[in-house]
Design a protein around this ligand. Structure first.
Ligand code: S3P
Length: 187
């Protein structure tokens, strides 16, 4: 990662259950930055839960709204010189148009990783509301993870979350990003 890249927008990516939202909230708090969850932005935009969007418009409809919500978020100023941590849904980074929008915006991407069984365990444990229709079928869940691995590896940073607390992962990411996080100055 070249030291010249400086940003105040960090996007957490990874599969369902990777811990993007929990880690994102803690990381944002540590940095004094704002936190946004793309699934929440999608639900606000559509006025429906993620599951309801999948049911009424299919995955294609959901991906369209997801890309639009991401573009909107990238166009936002974070305000008051603050940086922004964003948790992306597990499929967002897999869409080439989303990756190129992130690239253009100079976003930094961090992949949160965990083994399949751990991801399943966390999805079963978490109360993620009505946001994970693609986690209902165990076989499909495993296949999707496999299909997405090569795209996930395009993230600029990677952190193994296995056996670590949310605080430990957030602190590890903070350390990794020390050189690429822009100092708190107005743009
Ligand atoms: C999805 C992951 C979900 C949500 C939607 C689709 C995916 O978000 O965006 O159900 O395709 O992996 P989380 O990764 O936050 O669970």
């Amino acid at each position: 990662m070249p030291r010249a890249i400086r940003t105040r927008r960090v996007f957490l990516i990874g599969f369902m259950g990777a811990g993007k939202t929990s880690v994102g909230k803690v990381l944002a708090q540590r940095l004094g930055w704002t936190f946004q969850d793309l699934d929440d932005a999608i639900e606000r935009r559509a006025g429906q839960s993620v599951a309801a969007i999948f049911a009424s418009q299919g995955e294609t409809g959901f991906r369209r709204i997801e890309s639009a919500a991401l573009r909107e978020l990238l166009a936002e100023k974070s305000g008051a010189g603050l940086g922004m941590i964003v948790a992306l849904g597990g499929g967002a980074f897999v869409q080439p148009e989303n990756r190129s929008a992130l690239d253009h915006a100079g976003a930094v991407t961090v992949l949160l990783e965990a083994p399949l069984e751990e991801l399943r365990r966390r999805c079963a444990r978490d109360d993620a509301g009505d946001t994970r229709p693609l986690a209902r079928d165990a076989q499909k869940f495993a296949e999707l993870l496999e299909q997405r691995q090569s795209d996930y590896q395009r993230a600029q940073f990677r952190v193994d979350t296995m056996g670590k607390s949310v605080e430990q992962v957030a602190s590890e990411i903070e350390g990794m990003l020390r050189d690429v996080i822009r100092p708190e100055v107005e743009e």
